[in-house]
Write a protein that binds this ligand. Sequence first.
Ligand code: B4P
Length: 191
Amino acid sequence: MLNIVLFGPPGAGKGTQAAKLTDQYSLVHLSTGDILRSELAAQTKLGLEAKRYMDRGELVPDEVVIGMIESKLDQNPDAKGFIFDGFPRTQAQARALDRSLSAKKNTAITVMLALEVEKQELIKRLMGRGKISGRADDQDISVIENRISVYNRETSPVIDYYDSQGKFRAVNGMGSIGEIFDRLCGAIDNL
Ligand code: B4P
């Protein structure tokens, strides 16, 4: 199986590139952000609970997102591989993902592809999306700044977790969507 962790700060292009990689490599795309937003749209208890964190730019508790990913692994018995977009965001999530992939699928993460983007570009992209998406967390500069701080403090240590396993690859996330996609495919095809 080809199992990719697509990593990077908010606005790095994870969701954008994950959709293209899913088509290219016939993978199942699992985005915790998308799952949480669909729970919220359906007004489920989980979605309403998660909204309190998302609107402030904070991480939703580990046990909530780990449970969501585990049920998605169960719902995709025939997957050729997975692309994890926005997950794991903490080392506890990374450890849980390793355990679940091993126990449920007898497989492991193949590679972590980490998109690197300058902070001013992240803010520009997120504010741009906020104008059309209606997402509360994309429309307020202080929430965007908090998401980037939370990433630096709580999420970036996940790089060390995969680096220690020899699975971390940095990818330049500046430039056009097509250029970045070509870089990601190059990194995968070179594995
Ligand atoms: P996510 O939905 O994962 O949101 P994100 O990181 O902001 O989005 P992404 O990185 O995918 O967006 P993209 O760059 O593609 O998370 C939202 C919230 O959910 C979190 O803050 C947290 O509260 C919660 N959450 C999610 N997962 C969690 C977890 N595992 N644990 C705890 N909490 C969790 O796109 C951004 C914009 O840039 C788009 O408009 C796009 O069109 C544009 N863009 C992309 N590439 C571009 C390029 N090359 N040039 C110009 N624009 C580009």
